[in-house]
Design a protein around this ligand. Structure first.
Ligand code: NAD
Ligand code: UFG
Length: 337
């Protein structure tokens, strides 16, 4: 029996592959490499010392997917595959709806046809929208999303809930990630964006000399230092959360939602300072205009994952910065270094 990992060559997927293999799971990976390459999977093999099959396959390719389901005994799917750039999703909404929502529908159809009804899905804290107050808790009503990317996450959550309502043989776990950062301690795998849209990759690219300075998006938010506060979570803790989620999903049916965050908030300037202290490398910055759609605060209530999954984030902000820096320094151009 294997777990199929869609989007497994990507940032969170590759770290999750390492932790699943180390927990003794057999895995099969598919990815269309639209935002990754198979080098990350070769490095997963190197870190884990284990073999597994991987395929270049788009989740919208039902024939290709069906073949993979027929070749392997797939017990459950961890579904990471998707496009994730907030800004780009505003320029290309159709591509985002087609890839993320259309892709999920194709995948779920092939799963059902092959009698596989267990899925762990990568959702996002973005579904809490602008209406809810921090700390975000799973029982809150979802809010209004501010971009097509966020809307795809909200719709997919609702689609998966409807699928369970119609057929309660399904077991679905919706994981709402907060802000994943950091890298595997080996420095072999990490986040490799061609352009850094998120704070931590931008900081590390400034530190390594690829960018001159960080633009801090606004310092007039109602937060202690005026900059946005987020719940940064080490990607290895996040990956371990997936192992717990799959352990939970396999013997059950139902739909459960879990926040995967630390429960702590760090401001933009707080993260810059932590990075400088952890690495000894200066990160010059300039305050610029706020970015459209940003909220002042986003952090989790992380109690449910602890109570039900027995999972808690263990790695602190210093460790997130150290591990990001090791990866960035050793791989200044990502997997092309
Ligand atoms: P990533 O881009 O590194 O990984 C996603 C992977 O999916 C990539 O390897 C990409 O090539 C692949 N992919 C995209 N469309 C595909 C398709 N149609 N068929 C097959 N493969 C496809 O991103 P990530 O940061 O690892 O994110 C993984 C998941 O977690 C995504 O669904 C993302 O939306 C979600 N998420 C990420 C964050 C974050 O900040 N990184 C936060 C919340 C949720
Ligand atoms: N920021 C800067 N400068 C930058 C980049 C970001 O000041 O160059 C600030 C932002 O304004 C924000 C904080 O750093 O205050 C974090 O921004 P990120 O872009 O790293 O993360 P977000 O919280 O905006 O977005 C993340 C994910 C999205 C997801 C969202 C809500 O990237 O996929 O959380 O869950 F939708």
């Amino acid at each position: 029996m294997s777990i199929l990992i869609t989007g497994g060559a990507g940032y969170i997927g590759s770290h999750t592959c390492v932790e699943l293999l180390s927990a003794g799971y057999d895995i099969v990976v598919i990815d269309n490499y639209s935002n990754s390459c198979n080098e990350s999977l070769e490095r997963v093999k190197k870190i884990s010392g284990k073999e597994f099959s991987y395929y270049e396959c788009d989740i919208r390719n039902k024939e290709g997917l069906d073949k993979i389901f027929k070749e392997h005994n797939i017990e459950a799917v961890i579904h990471f595959a998707g496009l994730k750039a907030v800004g780009e999703s505003c320029q290309k909404p159709l591509e985002y709806y087609d890839n993320n929502i259309g892709g999920t529908i194709a995948l779920v159809e092939v799963m059902r046809n092959n009698g596989c009804k267990k899925m762990v899905f990568s959702s996002s804290a973005t579904v809490y929208g602008e209406e809810n107050q921090v700390p975000f808790i799973e029982t809150m009503k979802t809010g209004t999303t501010t971009n097509p990317y966020g809307t795809t996450k909200l719709y997919i959550e609702n689609i998966l809930k409807d699928i369970y309502a119609a057929d309660n043989e399904w077991s679905i776990v919706l994981l709402r990630y907060f802000n994943p950062v950091g890298a595997h301690i080996s420095g072999l795998i990490g986040e490799a964006p061609s352009f850094p849209n998120n704070l931590m990759p931008y900081i590390s690219q400034v530190a390594v000399g690829k960018r001159e300075f960080l633009s801090v998006f606004g310092n007039n938010y109602p937060t202690p230092d005026g900059t946005g506060v987020r719940d940064y979570i080490h990607v290895v803790d996040l990956a371990l959360g997936h192992v717990k989620a799959i352990d939970f999903a396999l013997p059950r049916t139902g739909v459960e939602i879990f926040n995967l965050g630390t429960g702590n908030g760090t401001s933009v300037l707080g993260l810059v300072k932590a990075f400088e202290e952890a690495t000894g490398v200066p990160v010059p910055y300039k305050i610029v205009e706020p970015r459209a759609g940003d909220v002042a605060y986003s952090y989790a209530n992380a109690q449910k994952a602890l109570d039900i999954l027995g999972w808690k984030a263990e790695r602190d902000v210093t460790k997130m910065c150290e591990d990001t820096w090791r990866w960035q320094k050793n791989n200044p151009n990502g997997y092309n270094s």
